[in-house]
Design a protein around this ligand. Structure first.
Ligand SMILES: *Cc1c(COP(=O)(O)O)cnc(C)c1O
Length: 227
């Protein structure tokens, strides 16, 4: 299917999930995850009206960034090695995978004077061993510690739920991320406004929206999978 056809279906689904949860669909940002597809297919997504692209590898992301034409917000969604921080800062508008202080330090060091590096803190809500991210218990102190790295701004929290056939089983994880976000928001940190929630993928984005997602990251059901 073309990206446009998939997009129509996804937009309808987003609207329905928003209607069920009394939300304005404009508050849900759709990030097209293009890690499985070619630059051509990613370009097709942008031409179809997609405003946000997500990549999880620095080199492939940079390749697409150099070629793709359009007003795109670039999201880095994968594990980020500290030594590659300097490469992605100029290209990516958001980093969804801040999961350690040493990375915050490196991003701060590599940022230009006056530049803000917008990050989501990745949280491993369910404690799955295969997933990176902070535990909920580690989060409050981490947020405080990031304050010293003045170029880094914490815009929100991100999580990846376990894959499951029954999406209701992931609802508590999304709900917990929202509650963690609200706790940080209430502290009104200048460096960590934390208004955003990056959660929901092809399999579970409806539930994520119902639980408050403001960035959903969709690959397979939007652009497909070529590799
Ligand atoms: C691959 C990936 C996605 C998209 O997954 P789909 O199931 O293909 O929609 C979203 N978020 C992250 C962090 C990913 O690595």
């Amino acid at each position: 299917m073309s990206v446009t056809e998939n997009l129509t279906i996804i937009q309808d689904t987003i609207r329905a999930a928003c209607a069920r949860s009394n939300r304005n669909p404009d508050t849900v940002n759709l990030v097209a995850v293009t890690k499985y597809v070619s630059t051509e297919r990613a370009q097709e997504a942008v031409s179809a009206g997609i405003l946000h692209l997500g990549e999880n590898r620095v080199e492939e992301g940079m390749e697409k960034w150099q070629v793709i034409d359009g007003d795109v917000n670039w999201h880095f969604i994968g594990n980020l090695q500290s030594r590659k921080a300097k490469n992605i800062i100029p290209a990516f508008h958001f980093i969804h995978s801040l999961d350690r202080l040493s990375l915050a330090k490196e991003l701060d060091k590599r940022a230009e004077e006056g530049q803000t590096v917008r990050c989501f803190v990745q949280v491993n809500v369910t404690g799955e061993e295969s997933k990176s991210g902070l535990t909920p218990a580690e989060l409050p102190a981490f947020i405080e510690d990031v304050k010293q790295y003045t170029s880094v701004q914490i815009v929100g929290l991100m999580t990846m739920a376990p894959y499951t056939e029954d999406v209701e089983t992931v609802r508590p994880a999304f709900k917990q991320l929202r509650e963690l976000k609200e706790q940080i928001e209430q502290k009104e940190y200048i460096h960590a406004p934390c208004h955003e929630l990056s959660m929901g993928m092809s399999n579970d984005y409806e539930v994520a929206i119902e639980e408050g997602a403001t960035y959903i990251r969709i690959g397979t059901s939007l652009v497909g999978k070529e590799k």
